[in-house]
Structure formats: structure tokens, C-alpha cells
Design a protein around this ligand. Structure first.
Ligand SMILES: *Cc1c(COP(=O)(O)O)cnc(C)c1O
Length: 449
């Protein structure tokens, strides 16, 4: 095709992929008489638990054995931000504590720390990201140096759906164990649980921001392990722009070592605490109160309201049926972009390598030697051709809220350098092959100059 023959297309950045299957399941939920947290949410929780264990979306989660096996593993909530906050609260983060967060991420990775009254401590990324995957990943030496007696957790972000070096982060946490001061209070049931978990773990927690990485996996201690099982606590996002959506929504999962359970803590107890935190600290949820004579409840803490509804879960159940196909389609598009970027000399993420498979969420690419200004002009040129792009991310130390906390981008030169020439291409399953060819032709037209 010559440039003149191409009709201008209008390519949105990241529209949701919703089919009749999701529409029908939502209608069923609406007609079922139960629209808030209920059977569909519980089923989605078990199916997500099975998926992050096996990579399969058709595992039995409804027979008695299936229910027993996959209950108390995943909690569905109304966002990833709420999920990360509850992860930190269950772990026991509060005022006076520090949590390490990469400077190169979305605000939610850090704001959840602020919501708990703790301080986010930013750490820079490696220059130009990981040398193989190109992922904007922690500078691990700087990460280790940032650990103090106040550090309670390290937030690891699976950016773009890629999985970083969790083995290395755990090694760092182990090496710095002597600095860790476990919580030891019992003011309420949450406090008591957090103290037991901290004493059992005996080191800073690894808290994953898996907003992008449902279905991603990496070899961890010799075993293929999915996001959600790689860190001590993980949070997923089902926001409308993510790979897997429930319009808004998110989920928490946890994977704790034996030493935690040796303190007497159980998964059922942890799961119950997430329920309490997400539903007013109310000892019975709406479903439990429908039992005969069961109206009475207690409020065990003045907590939050961030539960998932069965209408949202209905979307998620049908998205999960389709999810493996969605991931495959994303990969086809990535392969085409990779070839085009290689041809044009543009740097890009490597979503699949030995021992790591990403969830193919975002296509980050970088224009060598471009300044921030030149990058912005390129974004406009692509937009003029109808190709919507984005930047992932403007580093947090450049944002007003974090500048006010005293952060300065000058202290995070690698994050700035990665950001200044970064452009994210549209990557979603509503793109036809013709759309992808059109985007690539647009790249060639814009970047050849
Ligand atoms: C989208 C996103 C979140 C927040 O997800 P919500 O479900 O909107 O709360 C957190 N972290 C990252 C990296 C994200 O991209």
C-alpha cells in the first residue's frame, strides 16, 4: 500500500472487549435477585485462584472438592487500588512505616501506601530498564540501599504485564532481615492478625502490583509460577482499560510461607479479614444475614467499603472464559509490532523470553535520542493519523502530589530518561489485522522522517 491509498482510520487506545456472553451473564445476574456481592463473586474468586495456580480457566471450582480447594485464596474487590491498600493493611502497614515503590509506575502503586498513613519511598529504575526485557525495573542495588528499620514492604510492579526478578527481591529482603522490626500489638482483631503474620514472616513483605499481569508467569525457584503466586501479597486490576475487565474491579491474593501458618494463622482467617475490611467491618455480609433469624451483626472495626458486586463478577466470569484467546491475540499483535520496531530501530519491551511470559498488556516503545518535546510531537503526528497512543508513565516524582512530599525527578535520572522518549502503542483485542497494518504503516511514515 502506498501512503496515499491508506484511508484515515480512527484507532482508540484501549477500548474494552465485551461480547454477547458478558452481556447475557450480566442480564442473568440482574434477574437473579442477587446483584451485590454473592455467588458470582465467590465463583469468580475461586476461578481466579485456580487460574493463577494452573494457567487454566476451566478448572472445576463448583464441585465440593473444587470449592474446598480454591476458596479462601483470592478476594474480589472494587479496584486494584483497594486491593493493594487491603494487602498493606492486612500485612500491618500504618503511620511511621515506609514502603518502597518504584519511581516509574502509576500513582496507585504509591497512593495505596499513603492511604494507610505510611510513607512511599521511591527508588529509581535500571538505566534503560532491564537489559534483556527492556522493562523499567528496579535498580536492585538502590532498592537494597533504601531498606531501613522503618521499611515494611517492597512494592514490585509487573509493568506492561512483564514479570521482574522476584527471586532477587526476595534475596534482598532475606539479606536485610535483621533490620526488620515486626509489629507486636493487639489493639483489635486486624492488629492481632497483622502482628502474627509479621512475626511469622520476619522480613519485609514483597507486595506485587499485578494490575497489568493477570496470566503472566515466570520461572521462580525452578518452577513456572503465575502472577498472584510470585509475591507475598498481590493486587490485580479489572479496570476498563486492563486486559481483563469487570468495568471497575480488582482482586487480592496472597502466598505466604509456612513460617506464617506456624503462628496459627489460617487462610480462612486472612480471607475473613479481607471481607471485614471491605465491608464496614461488619461481622456478617448481606448474604449471611438472609439466613433465618440471622439479622444481628457486630461491627468489629470502623473499616472500608470496597467489595465487588455480582454484576461486576458476571462480566469477569465470561471474560475469564475468553481470556486465554485474548492473550493469544495480543501476542500476535506484539509480534508484528516487534518486527516493525526492529526494522525502524525503535526500542521496545520484550514480552516473552526464557523463563518469563508476560500477559501482553502494554506495548511500550522508545525512540532513541528523542527529547521529551520531540516525543510529544511524534505522539501528535500519530494522533493526526488517527492512532491514539499514550505514555506509561510520567514518573511519580514529576507529579504535584509527590513533589509536595519532597521528591525531585533529578534524583531519579533513569526514570526520567526512560520516560522522555517513551510512547505506548494501542494494544487490544478490538484491533483488526488491517488496523495493526495501518498502525505499522503510520509508524513507518512518522518515524522514517
Ligand atoms: C490501573 C493500575 C492500577 C490501579 O487499578 P485500579 O483498578 O484502577 O485501582 C494500579 N497499578 C497500576 C500499575 C495500574 O496500571
Amino acid at each position: 500500500m502506498s501512503e496515499n491509498e491508506i484511508l484515515l482510520r480512527n484507532i482508540p487506545f484501549s477500548p474494552p472487549d465485551i461480547t454477547e456472553a458478558e452481556v447475557e451473564e450480566v442480564a442473568k445476574a440482574l434477574k437473579s435477585g442477587w446483584i451485590t456481592t454473592g455467588p458470582r463473586t465467590k465463583l469468580l474468586e475461586r476461578r481466579l485462584a485456580a487460574y493463577i495456580d494452573t494457567g487454566k480457566n476451566d478448572v472445576d471450582c463448583e464441585s465440593e472438592a473444587g470449592v474446598a480447594k480454591y476458596s479462601n485464596r483470592v478476594v474480589c474487590l472494587n479496584s486494584a487500588t483497594a486491593a493493594e491498600e487491603l494487602n498493606l493493611r492486612i500485612w500491618g502497614v500504618g503511620p511511621g512505616d515506609e514502603v518502597i515503590v518504584p519511581a516509574y509506575t502509576y500513582t496507585a502503586s504509591a497512593s495505596a501506601v499513603c492511604h494507610c498513613g505510611a510513607t512511599p519511598v521511591f527508588v529509581d529504575i535500571q538505566p534503560n530498564g532491564n537489559s534483556t526485557s527492556h522493562m523499567p525495573e528496579y535498580d536492585y542495588e538502590a532498592l537494597e540501599a533504601a531498606i531501613t528499620e522503618k521499611t515494611k514492604a517492597i512494592v514490585v510492579v509487573d509493568l506492561g504485564g512483564l514479570v521482574g526478578d522476584y527471586e532477587r527481591v526476595f534475596e534482598i529482603a532475606e539479606r536485610q532481615k535483621s533490620k526488620f522490626v515486626p509489629k507486636n500489638t493487639a489493639d483489635d482483631s486486624l492488629d492481632e492478625l497483622s502482628s502474627k503474620i509479621q512475626q511469622g514472616l520476619g522480613r519485609v513483605a514483597i507486595v506485587a502490583d499485578c494490575a497489568h499481569s493477570l496470566g503472566a508467569s515466570a520461572t521462580f525457584k525452578g518452577q513456572k509460577t503465575y502472577a498472584g503466586n510470585l509475591a507475598d501479597f498481590s493486587s490485580f486490576s479489572f479496570h476498563a482499560v486492563k486486559n481483563f475487565t469487570t468495568a471497575e474491579g480488582g482482586a487480592s491474593s496472597w502466598k505466604l510461607p509456612k513460617s506464617v501458618y506456624d503462628t496459627g494463622v489460617t487462610d480462612a482467617e486472612i480471607y475473613h479479614m479481607y471481607q471485614l475490611l471491605s465491608l464496614h467491618g461488619q461481622s456478617k455480609d448481606a448474604l449471611a444475614k438472609t439466613q433465618i433469624g440471622a439479622w444481628e451483626y457486630d461491627i468489629v472495626g470502623p473499616w472500608y467499603k470496597c467489595n465487588m458486586t455480582d454484576i461486576m463478577a458476571a462480566i469477569g466470569l465470561r471474560q475469564l472464559d475468553r481470556y486465554l484467546g485474548l492473550l493469544d491475540r495480543r501476542l500476535e499483535i506484539i509480534r508484528k509490532y516487534d518486527n516493525a520496531c526492529d526494522e525502524l530501530g525503535l526500542l521496545h519491551l520484550n514480552h516473552h523470553m526464557d523463563g518469563m511470559d508476560s500477559s501482553n498488556h502494554l506495548y511500550l516503545m522508545r525512540v532513541p535520542n528523542a527529547t521529551e518535546q520531540q516525543r510529544n510531537e511524534l505522539i501528535i503526528k500519530l494522533a493526526e493519523r488517527g492512532v491514539a497512543t499514550n505514555v506509561h508513565y510520567k514518573p511519580l516524582p514529576m507529579m504535584t502530589a509527590y513533589k509536595k512530599m519532597g521528591y525531585d525527578i533529578k534524583d531519579f535520572p533513569n526514570a526520567y530518561d526512560y520516560y522522555r522518549n517513551e510512547i505506548t502503542l494501542p494494544l487490544h483485542t478490538n484491533l483488526s489485522d488491517e488496523d495493526v497494518d495501518y498502525i505499522i504503516a503510520s509508524l513507518k511514515a512518522v518515524f522514517a522522517k
